[in-house]
Design a protein around this ligand. Structure first.
Ligand SMILES: NC(=O)c1ccc[n+]([C@@H]2O[C@H](COP(=O)([O-])OP(=O)(O)OC[C@H]3O[C@@H](n4cnc5c(N)ncnc54)[C@H](OP(=O)(O)O)[C@@H]3O)[C@@H](O)[C@H]2O)c1
Length: 258
């Protein structure tokens, strides 16, 4: 068997090809998935740029305009022009207003990015007949209870961040566009700012750290979210009934006092 046929055969047995921008099956059929990744510089966005590359042709953009494409979620007109220009099969939104505490004093900013932008994105995805992939949070729940939340559990956000993220989710579900919403929690990564970097920075400066120990959560690596996310995106793209909302977190739990 020559190299090309062997690669295609491995692919059909579930083998994920090494990074080359697309898989052998798509190459054979000329059906590359066109993926628009909004926000390739955050924790999850950065990892998605890597994990999505083997399943399609990824156009990855950040907030600032580059090559005539803008990923600014606060500018629906610019986003619409970007989507028309790229004409994606899949739009992946990894951007969000993630400053949970600041959102209390700047609710309008949190609402614009977390609640209103998804409304526009869902409408644009539907018009473009594209999937919308979106990320959400455990903050859509009220934080009580001692067992992991199920997707269908009653929502009850208690802060601005949680409320605006839930509004964004609901807008996508109500829009009728094909979508995947992945709720995750306590995201960390080697790059970018996150609570682990904060603790390491403070530990380098202080002899003793005082942290709360009454919050329990499941720390989840951005790399894991991106790898599992890419797999689910590809599977769902060919099986449209999988459109819906899913929890995507690592197993286990800990407090800030770990
Ligand atoms: N971080 C967590 O612990 C956590 C937990 C649960 C769920 N999530 C969810 O997971 C997803 C990814 O989070 P993450 O941890 O990767 O976030 P992150 O590292 O804080 O990155 C957020 C990104 O959003 C971008 N952004 C903010 N406003 C924007 C705008 N107007 N236009 C375009 N981009 C904008 C930021 O860009 P700039 O760099 O230009 O500001 C930043 O790169 C989000 O939906 C978040 O709600 C996160």
């Amino acid at each position: 068997m020559d190299e090309e046929k062997q690669a295609a055969s491995q692919h059909h047995q579930g083998y994920m090809p090494p990074y080359n921008g697309y898989g052998p099956a798509e190459a054979e059929q000329g059906t590359f998935l066109k993926i628009l990744l909004l926000c390739c510089k955050g924790q999850v966005g950065w990892e998605l740029h890597r994990s999505l590359s083997p399943i399609g042709l990824v156009t990855a953009i950040a907030r600032q305009e580059e090559n005539g494409l803008s990923g600014d979620l606060s500018d629906p007109k610019a986003l619409s022009a970007t989507i028309k220009s790229v004409s994606p099969d899949i739009i992946v939104n990894a951007a969000a207003y993630t400053a949970v505490d600041q959102a209390e004093s700047k609710p309008e900013q949190s609402r614009r990015i977390n609640a209103e932008a998804p409304v526009h994105l869902a409408r644009m995805a539907k018009e473009a007949d594209a999937w919308l992939i979106h990320f959400s949070t455990d903050y859509v729940f009220d934080g009580t209870g001692t067992t992991p939340w199920k997707e269908s559990a009653l929502k009850g956000p208690i802060n601005v961040y949680g409320k605006t993220k839930l509004e964004g989710e609901e807008a996508i579900r109500e829009s009728g566009c094909r979508h995947l919403i992945f709720r995750t929690s306590w995201v960390y990564s080697a790059a970018c700012k996150n609570f682990i970097h904060t603790m390491l920075r403070l530990a380098a400066k202080r002899d003793r750290l005082r942290v709360i120990d009454d919050q329990i959560g499941a720390p989840t690596g951005a790399e894991l979210i991106a790898d599992v996310g890419a797999h689910v995106i590809r599977t769902a793209y060919y099986d449209k009934k999988l459109s819906g909302t899913y929890h995507l977190t690592a197993a286990g739990e800990t407090s800030w006092n770990f």
